[in-house]
Design a protein around this ligand. Sequence first.
Ligand code: HEM
Length: 424
Amino acid sequence: MVDDLARDGGSVEGGTVGGTAASGGAYGGSIVELMTIDVARDPKPTYQALRDAGRARRTVGMFGSAVIASGRQAVDEIFRYPEVYSSAAHAGRLGNVRPLIPIEYDPPEQRKYRKLINPIFTPQAIERWEEPVRKLVHDLIDGFAGAEEIDFSRQFSIPLPSQIFLTLLGLPLDDLPTFLRLKDGIVRPSVLLDLPVNHPDVAALKTRTAQEIYAYYDKVLDEREREPRDDLLSHLLSTEVDGETLTREELLDICFLFLTAGLDTVSASLDTFMAYLAENPERRAEVVADPGNIDNVVEELLRWESPVMLVSRVAMADTDLVGCPVHRGDEIYVYIGSANLDEEELADAGEVRFDRTANRHIAFGGGVHRCLGSHLARMELRVALREWHARIPHYRIRPGTRLDFTPGVRSIGSFPMLLGKGDD
Ligand code: HEM
């Protein structure tokens, strides 16, 4: 998933936007106060403060007047009415020259595109990637077998989803550094340059990187057109619904989105899950003891951690959201992380329970834009957690370390982890 605010939040991680008033749970009123490392590290008190202040309320946004939705009912309503809460209205903030498909379109175009792409990401279609993913997980673990300390992010959670994606696309793993550079040039350009988000050099880097991304994919698509293979790009090239295939520009606009939607989100999930399990050895013991329950563990940690804190929309009409006035043109910050913890929806939302029989979380969003890659993401997380805990049941965050989570999509740049029995 990509979200404009989340992207800007990536820059907040670099310290370019200040303010931590919300870190203790108090919330002063501006969205900037919510986009900090402290909030991203432990967003729950802030989510609670937001809900206590009103499950939908007006605020000062990044781009003018705005509304924050933090309750489940409000968030569901936004997802239910994409014609009122538009995803298309703020297209093009990633240096992309055309809207990204399908996330920067509203229905009916968005639905048309989903109909074309969905078949490539069904659970059945994803199944055959499970074994290659398992192998990649083991290859990465083999790379630090016997080590007492690793950087979990650099050695596992960052490379894993990118390597999986290269494999799915049928590209050589040697392209990993290029792939990561292109992704970061788009997702966190201000961190790379150590400059404020609104600095002209940041916009220039995004534009330059975007051009490189188009060129990179254009070349690969040429190759696949000449010589189709059994990979995701070849499938996209031949996809046809009602006699319609995708144009080259459409293919590029889909592939561009994959790069920004499918990598950091999985890294952030692995980071947040493993930080939680490292800090809660008794919960980790449950995971180790019952690998058959891994699906439930993944669902509950997605709900509990909500690696993607929020998504955004633009209001297309004056309206009312659970009692809060909304004005046409308002930026809408949709706090799925908070909605996932809303006790009005789920009485024991404040408890982590790996034995939930029903889990209606919205960590993958909801409505027409609900995550296209959710089955792939779930499989990656399931395989990674299962294989990791079979081989490495004991691990800890290096004592004295404060992990820095990126606001928006909660990934960690550096995650020092001690492997082996230690105290627990
Ligand atoms: C655990 C990992 C992931 C999480 C938490 C996540 C989360 C999300 C969320 C919250 C949205 C909704 C965005 C919105 O409403 O504005 C979304 C959309 C999307 N995600 Fe994911 N995502 C994950 C992994 C992936 C992967 C692996 C892919 C790879 C293809 C992917 C592709 C997409 C796409 C293409 C959309 C846009 C769908 C549309 O607009 O119709 N995501 N994701």
